[in-house]
Write a protein that binds this ligand. Sequence first.
Ligand SMILES: [Zn+2]
Length: 102
Amino acid sequence: MTLPVVSPRRETTTALADQLSALENTLQVQLDTLPFASEDGVAVAHRANVENNLQEVRLALRLHAEGRYGTCIRCADPIAGVRLEVRPWATRCVRCADRFGW
Ligand SMILES: [Zn+2]
């Protein structure tokens, strides 16, 4: 799966929200084209991966709308900028992601 490149910059949070929205739309289109049931384990894993990514992007959008983007949902510490550059939809800091998943 190829996701569009998203470059978060804290000073352009509206642009970030637009990019996350575009990513949400892209993932939804991907999801809409994938079969619900398949005997192909790779297809099943791919659909689950797209669904998880879509959930994360939607959560990041909600946090952004609430003014909480960039803050870990688990421990409330700031999420490192480098993590957000690589994974702009991240909702947990590296420590919590390692500990609890995502
Ligand atoms: Zn955390």
